[in-house]
Design a protein around this ligand. Structure first.
Ligand SMILES: Nc1ncnc2c1ncn2[C@@H]1O[C@H](COP(=O)(O)OP(=O)(O)O)[C@@H](O)[C@H]1O
Ligand SMILES: [Mg+2]
Length: 418
């Protein structure tokens, strides 16, 4: 740091955003570059600097201080040492975490279904069946013999109805998911489920599959094609939903997040006409790789930078607790119809995320960000990152094709900005 920049830093506040990462290098590079280019950020008459740091894993004392103001976590869903560090940071150090590690760990897909059923959303019929194979515990045999009721899988399935999906209660990344058309397939899938705990869920018919990515109070609804390979799943398609369905998905996405204190999450809904059936929305810290999001990547990285910088600079206070009762009071109010309830949920979500304050912050303190993003996306540096990402993602014989594909979609985004 030069003498003059260290002097200017003395009259300002510096914030540190930590990135807890797995294998990805694309969006973290984008995040680091864009926050550096935003510097300095002027907010309410004060200058702020935001530094970023990739967090490393090492032994920690439970009383150790945490240097980071905000941590974005993409790792703790499978790596337990940093997961426990996050909890200590939340409870001991009051660190702002994206996402809440407590609800993220406790509230898998099953809990998210339950909560959204309670709030009145149209979740397909879903039944949890007991384990196929004994759990590995010395007390199992006695308990199962004494208390496990014999059940008729076919009878349970006939209540759900065919076709249906069998999928793990805590699923993700399509692990263990199968579509079931008849009794024979049902028994085969159940036999194979072993020690996975499974839901049977009625298959929903749909005109369009909407995947909504929410970061802070902002949501992007994207048309999704689950049957295609990953790089083709997000289709560039605007206005593909009737407005009522679009509004319901926006509200649903933010409601789930405000309810569970998640701030970076994606949600899948199946839409027929104006009817919205959510099927998967416990995907906190989802994949936002350039190779998956392509056209939508600039939106996602802009939001991730904006929201985390907003939290750091304004000193937003983290919440580890939830306020389920306030949501249930709306859900249970006999004087409200469904549209009224959605309106209330939208309002409560906006309040939780300080949507108005956030938007004002974006249009003042972060007013230069859209141009910074545009300049960077159209630079040689970004193209080099694209090449590097393609090289590390695809085998050599496919790289040229994928690079052309991605450049084309990014070019489409660039054209749409004019
Ligand atoms: N009830 C359902 N109706 C229709 N399709 C479904 C249903 N449940 C799952 N699917 C299909 O299976 C895919 C994987 O299921 P999902 O619940 O999203 O699991 P995961 O958490 O592993 O992504 C979905 O993207 C969708 O294509
Ligand atoms: Mg899914």
């Amino acid at each position: 740091m030069t003498a003059s920049s260290s002097l200017s830093r003395r009259n300002s506040t510096t914030h540190l955003i930590g990135l807890l990462l797995g294998t990805e290098n694309d969006w973290p590079r984008a995040f680091e570059t864009l926050t550096k280019r935003l510097d300095p950020i002027n907010h309410r008459g004060r200058q702020h600097h935001v530094d970023t740091e990739r967090i490393t894993i090492e032994p920690f004392d439970l009383r150790d201080p945490v240097r980071h103001d905000v941590v974005i976590d993409r790792l703790a869903w499978w790596y337990y040492h940093p997961r426990e560090w996050l909890k200590k940071a939340a409870l001991v150090n009051d660190t702002y975490l994206i996402n809440n590690p407590f609800t993220f760990q406790a509230m898998e897909k099953h809990s998210a279904y339950c909560a959204m059923i309670r709030l009145g959303f149209d979740i397909p019929a879903t039944v949890l069946v007991p384990y196929k194979n004994p759990v590995d515990h010395e007390k199992w045999a006695y308990t199962a013999e004494s208390y496990n009721l014999v059940f008729d899988l076919d009878e349970v399935a006939s209540r759900v109805g065919y076709p249906m999906y069998m999928k793990p209660f805590d699923g993700g990344a399509w692990r263990g998911v199968s579509r079931i058309e008849d009794n024979a397939a049902l028994h085969r899938a159940y036999d194979e489920s072993g020690q996975m705990l499974m839901h049977l869920q009625a298959a929903a018919q749909y005109d369009s599959f909407a995947r909504s990515l929410t970061i802070g109070p902002e949501t992007k609804i994207m048309r999704f094609r689950p049957e295609l390979p990953m790089h083709d799943r997000y289709e560039v398609s605007h206005d593909f939903l009737p407005p009522e369905a679009g509004m319901e998905i926006l509200t649903l996405s933010r409601t789930i997040n405000a309810f569970f204190r998640w701030e970076f999450n994606s949600c899948e809904s199946l839409v027929t006409g104006t009817s919205v059936r959510p099927i998967d929305y416990a995907n906190a810290c989802p994949d936002i790789a350039i190779t998956s999001l392509h056209y939508y990547f600039p939106w996602a990285i802009t939001q991730l930078v904006s929201w985390s910088v907003f939290c750091a600079v304004t000193g937003r206070r983290p919440r580890v607790d939830t306020n389920s009762r306030e949501w249930y009071d709306v859900a249970d109010d006999p004087d409200l119809n469904w549209a009224d309830k959605l309106g209330r949920y939208a309002l409560m979500s906006d309040q939780y995320f300080e949507a108005d304050t956030y938007r004002e912050f974006c249009s003042t303190a972060l007013a230069s960000l859209p141009e910074i993003v545009y300049d960077w996306i159209t630079s040689a540096e970004f193209d080099a990152l694209l090449m590097e990402t393609v090289r590390s993602t695809y085998p050599p014989h496919e790289q040229e094709r994928f690079l052309a594909h991605l450049r084309g979609l990014i070019g489409l985004w660039v054209a749409d900005q004019r």
